[in-house]
Design a protein around this ligand. Structure first.
Ligand code: NQM
Length: 311
C-alpha cells in the first residue's frame, strides 16, 4: 500500500495532512524493550471501512506501516488505541494486534450493549482497556450512565479506562473521572493550554487530579498537538516543541511511575504541520532527563500496565 492513499472509495477530509513518510532514525536511542504507548491504525478503508458516524476521514495507516515505523524508531512494542474514525468497530485494531505477534496491546471503543463474549474475544486479541472520548469535535457526547455500565463490564477483566478530554472540561468531569474504580489513563496530559503558566491554576487542577487519585496515569505525549510556538519537529530540529517541555517535565518528575509516552502516529487531525517521528523521539530526553526516568516512562510503566504478567 502506498503512502497518502485512502482506499475503499473514501475521501480524506479537506485539508488532511498525511503522515510523514521516511522519518529519520532518531538520535536518541530508546531503551531496550521500549513501548510506543499511543498510536493508531486507520483502515485501510477497503478492508476496514471507516465508521458512518465518524467526524473525519483519514489517510489510511495500516498495521504493517505502523509495525515498520515501530522498528525504525527502535521500539519493541506498541499500544494501539482505537480512534473515533472507526467508531466501535474494533476490527482494524484486532487485526493489527494479531499481526504484531504479541508485541502490541490495544485500547478499544465499546458500546454499553457489548457482550461478555465480545469482550472475551477482544481480551484474547490483546485489548486491555477502553477509551472514553470527551473531545467535542471528535464525538457526540455519550451519557455517563452508559459509561458506568461499560466500566462495570470491563473492570472484572482487569482492564483500565483511557480518557481523552480538553483542559477546559476537566472541572466538569473531575468528579466523574475520580469515581472510576479501575486504573485510568489520561491522553496527552489532558490537553493543557501551553500558553498558560505551567505553575498556574489550570495545570494545577490537572496535577491535583493525579495527586488525589493514585489510580490515574497520564500520557505525556503529543507535543506536536499542544505546541503553539514550536519549533516544529522537522528539518533536523533538535529542540522541537519547547513550549510543551515544562508541562511534561513537571508531570514526569512528580509522577515518574504513572507516565507513558507514545508517538500518536499517524497524527490525526493536525492542521498546520506533520512531524517527522524520528525527531519526535528526540524530544523524549528533554522531558525525561535521566536514564532512570526514561526507563520508567518507556519500559517499566507501560509493561506494568499492559503486560503485568511479565515477558
Ligand atoms: O490521536 C489522538 O490521540 C488524537 C486525536 C484523534 C483521536 O483521538 C480519535 O480520533 O480518536 C485528535 O485529537 O484528533
Amino acid at each position: 500500500m502506498t503512502h497518502g492513499e485512502t482506499s475503499g472509495g473514501f475521501e480524506k477530509s479537506a485539508g488532511w495532512l498525511d503522515w510523514y513518510d521516511g522519518p529519520r532514525t532518531p538520535t536518541f536511542r530508546v531503551p531496550e524493550g521500549a513501548v510506543d504507548a499511543h498510536c493508531h491504525v486507520f483502515g485501510p478503508g477497503d478492508r476496514f471501512p471507516y465508521a458512518p458516524e465518524r467526524k473525519y476521514t483519514p489517510c489510511d495507516a495500516s498495521a504493517d506501516q505502523l509495525l515498520a515505523l515501530r522498528d525504525r524508531l527502535g521500539f519493541d512494542r506498541s499500544i494501539i488505541v482505537q480512534a473515533t474514525c472507526h467508531g466501535a468497530d474494533n476490527s482494524a485494531l484486532v487485526d493489527a494486534l494479531q499481526r504484531s505477534g504479541g508485541r502490541a496491546r490495544g485500547v478499544a471503543t465499546v458500546r454499553r450493549d457489548v457482550t461478555g463474549e465480545q469482550l472475551a474475544e477482544l481480551h484474547e486479541a490483546g485489548v486491555r482497556g477502553v477509551r472514553f472520548n470527551f473531545v467535542k469535535r471528535l464525538v457526540d457526547r455519550v451519557p455517563t450512565d452508559s459509561l458506568h455500565e461499560i466500566v462495570a463490564k470491563v473492570a472484572p477483566l482487569g482492564w483500565h479506562v483511557v480518557i481523552y478530554f480538553e483542559a477546559e472540561d476537566l472541572p466538569d468531569l473531575y468528579d466523574f473521572f475520580s469515581a472510576i474504580p479501575t486504573d485510568v489513563v489520561v491522553d496527552h496530559m489532558g490537553r493543557p493550554d501551553v500558553t498558560k503558566d505551567p505553575n498556574g491554576p489550570e495545570f494545577a487542577l490537572f496535577l491535583r487530579f493525579l495527586r488525589e487519585n493514585p489510580n490515574v496515569w497520564t500520557k505525556v505525549s503529543c507535543p506536536e498537538r499542544l505546541s503553539v510556538t514550536g519549533p516544529r519537529a522537522l528539518d533536523g530540529q533538535q529542540h522541537a516543541y519547547t513550549d510543551v517541555v515544562p508541562f511534561a517535565r513537571r508531570v514526569i518528575e512528580e509522577f515518574p511511575d504513572r507516565v507513558l509516552w507514545g508517538t500518536d502516529w499517524p497524527h490525526p487531525n493536525l492542521t498546520d504541520h506533520m512531524p517527522d517521528d524520528g525527531l519526535l523521539v528526540d524530544y523524549i530526553p528533554r522531558i525525561a532527563a535521566t536514564p532512570a526516568l526514561q526507563r520508567k516512562l518507556l519500559v517499566d510503566n507501560p509493561r506494568r500496565l499492559y503486560w503485568p504478567e511479565g515477558a
